[in-house]
Design a protein around this ligand. Structure first.
Ligand code: SF4
Ligand code: SF4
Length: 231
């Protein structure tokens, strides 16, 4: 296993002006998944041939589903995991009917990403600008294991320059995987934003991440972060 890089705490902001900025509003943590984005990006017809949920019901545990008054991280009251799954399958709400995790939708994901094996669910937020890695709280370190961590880090390095993010969620907790470090943002509250910036330095580009409160306008997020860093 390759050990992940150190996890910084919020407030480890660089005191210079960021070179490259992505300020993306986080999903309201009381409605974690933007299902409309998910289904819009990859409708059911694009499922990978040969892949199906089978015995897996992990999204029935990890998702917060407003229609069912279901909190995230606990099994849906309609689920019998490993014993048939959804007990109201024929009448399950559209939010369940129309959603698939990336393992079902993305042929590039290897067999190791099957949620039953990985204990994680991958999906996109913000029109595909954020790859979300939602981890089963019962296996909170699953994302740090190999071969997962190396793949997530590689993805972060590949997409960061395009102002895209890789964020690990464990219940409300958010950890941003950056090309050169991981940043633990702690628990997010409803509407909080995830800010990512970078700055050139003699040793190469240095990346930063911070959470920004919901009431800060997105266009002022960078100034807000910089003012906090200056204190
Ligand atoms: S997590 Fe993915 S594979 Fe598992 S039940 Fe949900 S959609 Fe199916
Ligand atoms: S209603 Fe069925 S599909 Fe939807 S979360 Fe509950 S068990 Fe899963």
């Amino acid at each position: 296993m390759v050990a992940p890089s150190s996890v910084s705490k919020p407030g480890d902001y660089h005191k210079g002006r960021p070179y490259n900025i992505t300020a993306v509003r986080a999903p309201p943590v009381n409605a974690i998944w933007d299902y409309s984005v998910m289904t819009g990006k990859a409708p059911m017809s694009t499922t990978v041939s040969g892949r199906s949920c089978g015995e897996c019901s992990l999204c029935c545990k990890l998702a917060k589903i407003i229609e069912l008054d279901k909190p995230d991280g606990v099994w849906c009251r309609h689920c019998a995991p490993g014993r048939g799954g959804c007990m109201i399958y024929e009448t399950r709400p559209p939010v369940c009917r129309n959603w698939n995790c990336n393992w079902i939708l993305e042929p590039a994901l290897g067999a190791e990403w099957r949620p039953l094996i990985s204990k994680m669910i991958l999906y996109y937020e913000n029109d595909g600008r954020r790859l979300c890695v939602r981890v089963d709280p019962g296996y909170a370190n699953a994302w740090r294991r190999e071969p997962y961590y190396s793949q997530l880090k590689q993805c972060a390095r590949r997409i960061a320059e395009a102002h895209k993010q890789v964020v690990v969620y464990i219940r409300k907790k958010a950890i941003v995987i950056l090309p050169d470090k991981d940043v633990d943002l702690g628990d997010l509250e409803v509407g909080d934003q995830i800010w990512v910036g970078a700055q050139n330095s003699p040793k190469g580009k240095t990346w930063y991440a911070a959470s920004v409160p919901a009431d800060v306008p997105p266009e002022q997020a960078t100034a807000w972060v910089m003012s906090r860093a200056a204190k």
